[in-house]
Write a new protein. Sequence first.
Lengths: 423, 192
Amino acid sequence: MTLDRRSFLKLVGAGAGAAGLPLIGHAAELMPKAGKRVVVVGGGYGGTIAAKYIRMMDKNIEVVLVEMNDHFVSCPFSNLYIGGILPDLKELTIKYDKLASNHGVKVVQAEVTGIDAAGHTVTTSKGTLKYDRLVISPGIDFRTEEIEGYNDKTSDLMPHAWKAGPQTTLLRKQLVDMKDGGTVVLSVPLGPFRCPPGPYERTSMIAHYLKTHKPKSKIIVVDANPDIVSKGPLFKKGWKKYYEGIIDYRPAKKVTAIDAGKMNVLIEGIEEVHGDVINLIPPQRAAKIAQVAGLVGDDKKWCPVNQATFESTLHKDIHVIGDSSIAGAMPKSGYSANSEAKICATNIVAMMNGREIVGLSGINTCYSYITDKEAVSVAAVYALADGKIAGVKGAGGVSPDLSTTEAIYAHSWLKNILTEMST
Amino acid sequence: MTMKWKGWALATGVLTISAMAQAAPPSAAMLSNACAGCHGTNGGSAGPSMPSLAMQSKEAIVEAMKKFKSGERPSSIMGRLAKGYSDADFAAMGEYFSKQKLHVTSQKLDPAKVKKGASLAENNCGRCHLEDGREGKDDSPVMASQWLPYMQMQMDLYLDGSRKMPEKMAEKVKPMSKEDLDALLHFYASVK
């Protein structure tokens, strides 16, 4: 707990230093604001859609999308690459040029270092940006301070691969380089975390790879949760059917420390589990910028919002969507971020035009692969109840079984959602 | 405001789910945009197994959603989602998508099949799938530029009996060979 607190303050301190309150006055204004403007931070599943839909609904609002990278790699489907089913990450990679040419979104490639909520100003590595309303969809960061022995080099040794890109290719390379007969350890943090079924799809994909290419190997899953968090019965059914003897699933095992030299993870500080490859997924919280900007709540992890509009309950005119936000029953998933972005965009446009808030309707759909050919799905419809986002009763739920049809639909899901984000 | 809305909801009986009792009504756009993650912006699909909803008639959307909801039409996720909406929601979505422009796709198609399918379509399907499938009579769906894999999957469901064909369609489809049906679908996929 002390460690947690100290590290948290250190993090905030570092962020504030970089943003530098005295610097705000001096940093050059990047694009002087003329009319109405929304700045969107983060070009992932949430940010791209918020930016695009605000422009689609009101061309009088200038939208500036600030993203650190010139491209985005999707976490959904990255497990298929890790499992050797996709040859590379090309299909999962989008660029931002068409958001600019088709919708007039102004894309700025820069890092956001600070947010001055009172002054309605964002500080980026390229200068400051004024806004009327700000949308942040920054994703997650890791509470690495909760794992003893975790340092700057740990993710090179024990990749999390929970942000798609170099980490994904690193984990894939480690699996390919591992000798047959080796042990993979996958550590699942306590929820809530990004993509509830993600660790179990990854387990399936790694098991598929081992079964196909390294049949003497196995994967040990140490899960801090009491059971599989999402689609549990379907994963268990699939594991029994296809990966008996390959997957060793151990629930209620929380990794609290690592021994980098021995390539061990330590459960509750005592029980050692050795891996030739260790996929260590640390516990999570809202991305650093959300912490720095004071948008996280009392839990010091996630951002409380008005669930009708996704406006922060801590800072006016700042909206938080995607994994960082506390969105009631909506999970931290790509499709939820897409849906939240539209709810948020609709109501930002309404409020900036002096209109009433539009009632919420949201969806989540999520597919997970169990083998290279079979997948499972979960879906839900959301509405607002007593100010909180709740699943509509009687709707949604999981697929009855594993099937090839689900896998076919999953692929079209990816194609559509990434096309929506990039055109 | 809340009370007023609640009163309206109760009086009209539009809202049947408790989850919405205190909320303002979602707009047609709000309802429909949530679908776009899988069916594409404004209902123009980029995924070969997902249909485009753009320019489908209101009747076609409402009928399809009702059948998904009841389970009469087989589906993966659609049945589970449809249960989250009322008939009024379906009507609003139908209205919204019917106003969107036809989504034109570019698909790799066999030109010989397209040519053969064109004459088959004219002679067999044109009375309901109007204007080469660019329009649908009553609740007949728009077929023009629809993804070939989607249409093939649906035709398989029709042929194995899990999706029920309208009577007039069955009269035309049942005597046709697999090759002819495939040619037909190629033709509709090619229409721009």
